[in-house]
Ligand binder design. Structure first.
Ligand SMILES: Cc1cc2nc3c(=O)[nH]c(=O)nc-3n(C[C@H](O)[C@H](O)[C@H](O)COP(=O)(O)OP(=O)(O)OC[C@H]3O[C@@H](n4cnc5c(N)ncnc54)[C@H](O)[C@@H]3O)c2cc1C
Length: 420
């Protein structure tokens, strides 16, 4: 779109992860003056270490009916997909209470419909951004497959698969023989797989983010390195953001898209939202020594095995903990234990470990709305497990909010109203 049609007034997007960059790029493409402000430590952001999936059809919120019966088993299993840092329980309790409420059937159905509305637009809304970033080559064209130990394990999840099917996800079932044909080096530990049609993934999430940032700069967007620590405000307006180095930046509009850091910022603006970190881990194996040709999600372990440009990434698990608590890299090492059940020869030489904060609300939906006390502040955060895939659509919703026109999708489910 014509960057020359600059509309007046500077918009500051706080946060340079996928959500912030896609908001900045969508706004700039719509002709607005935009500055992106980020701390400048990309390896600490969730956008750095994820599995990179455009997870179309992922319309099942974390809180589903019956989830509470599964939780004790997961917590007792040292290799389980979920853990809680018990000493952080008091800080997590309000979120957990909302999580329980969110698992009631009518709420799950509504959350699932809202997730579907974002997933449906994922590829379409990303396409022009990938084009602008010249980044199609970073997208893998191989299948993404979810694995189960047995067909019975898959059937036990039939309710959630029906939700995905109703939302339009197409899939193909693979028995052991089919899996063996596709991935000869995989053991028999998994007897059953599901090809998720239409799902693709980014082979280098950091490089993609950098390309999107460059595309933003190429149409006149500015990037400022700095940490936003507060706001200059009067009445219902924020006039400037204050930076840690003592400086400040005058803005006409502020978009808060700072991932887990958004909690502190929105609180300063009077909105105390139930955002916590679902911490995830990855291990990067630069020379895995095994040929893995596709991206796999291990149904029983809540993790992925993803061949990327820089090696094989084992990523996932959920650890509910304060975002500033020290990492528990034993969680990361579990990823290797699971992966070796499928690929026993995996070489861990030169392995790198990482922990990141998924910014998550109890209903698995992001917050995309205007701040309650300030007319010129827009929130765009809380994308949980789906922030890479939902970022381009979030950018479009933020642009619509800024331009005070209706969005192409119903934004009501993503509003602040649900927390009141
Ligand atoms: C292991 C793992 C696997 C995942 N796999 C997938 C997947 O396959 N597909 C998918 O869609 N999603 C996936 N996710 C989720 C996804 O990574 C996140 O939802 C997404 O990265 C969130 O993006 P964000 O921009 O909101 O936050 P972040 O990536 O955390 O970025 C926030 C940015 O804001 C900056 N910031 C924070 N505070 C301030 C401040 N005060 N001033 C200035 N800057 C600030 C930070 O420096 C950071 O750069 C995964 C996550 C994990 C942990």
């Amino acid at each position: 779109m014509a960057a020359s049609l600059k509309k007046t007034g500077l918009i500051g997007v706080v946060g340079g992860g996928y959500v912030g960059v896609c908001c900045a790029l969508q706004l700039a493409r719509a002709g607005h003056n935009v500055v992106l402000i980020d701390i400048g430590d990309p390896e600490k952001a969730a956008s750095y270490g994820n599995s990179g999936q455009f997870a179309v059809g992922e319309v099942v919120p974390l809180a589903v009916p019956g989830v509470l019966f599964s939780v004790p088993g997961w917590l007792l299993d040292p290799l389980g997909p979920l853990t809680i840092r018990w000493r952080d329980l008091p800080a997590l309790t309000p979120w957990l209470a909302r999580f329980v409420l969110a698992s009631r059937a009518p709420r799950v159905a509504a959350a699932s419909r809202a997730m579907a509305s974002l997933c449906d637009r994922m590829h379409e809304d990303y396409a022009p951004l990938l084009e602008a970033a010249d980044a199609h080559s970073l997208i893998s064209d191989t299948d993404c497959i979810k694995l189960y130990k047995s067909r019975a394990d898959w059937e036990a999840e039939s309710k959630t698969w029906r939700m995905r099917e109703r939302a339009g996800l197409r899939f193909e079932l693979l028995d052991r023989a089919a899996l063996e044909r596709l991935e000869p080096e995989m053991t028999e530990y998994s007897q059953f797989g599901v090809v998720l049609k239409g799902r693709t993934y980014i082979r280098n999430p950091l490089r993609m983010l950098q390309r999107l940032t460059r595309a933003f700069e190429a149409i006149g967007g500015k990037v400022v390195s700095g940490e936003v620590t507060g706001f200059d405000k009067s009445g219902r307006n924020v006039h400037a953001v204050k930076l840690k180095d003592g400086g400040s930046l005058e803005l006409e509009t502020v978009v808060v898209a700072a991932g887990i850091g958004s909690r502190r910022l929105s609180r300063q603006l009077g909105d105390d939202v139930p955002l916590i970190s679902e911490r995830g881990y990855h291990l990067m194996l630069p020379n895995p020594g095994v040929k893995v040709q596709r991206s796999y999600t291990l149904g029983w372990a809540g993790m992925g095995i993803v061949p990327m440009e820089e090696g094989l990434r084992l990523a996932g698990t959920v650890e509910l903990a304060r975002s500033d608590a020290p990492p528990n890299f034993a969680r990361a090492r579990n990823l290797l234990v699971h992966a070796r059940k499928l690929f026993p020869e995996l070489d861990s030489g030169g392995i790198k470990q990482w922990m990141g904060n998924r910014p998550s609300f109890p209903d698995s939906l992001p917050l995309v709305d205007r701040a309650s006390a300030f007319d010129n502040v827009i929130y765009a955060f809380g994308h949980g497990h789906m922030g890479v895939g939902w970022a381009a659509t979030t950018g479009k919703m933020v642009t619509a909010l800024h331009e005070r026109r209706p969005s192409e999708i119903d934004m009501q489910p993503f509003g602040l109203g649900r927390f009141r």
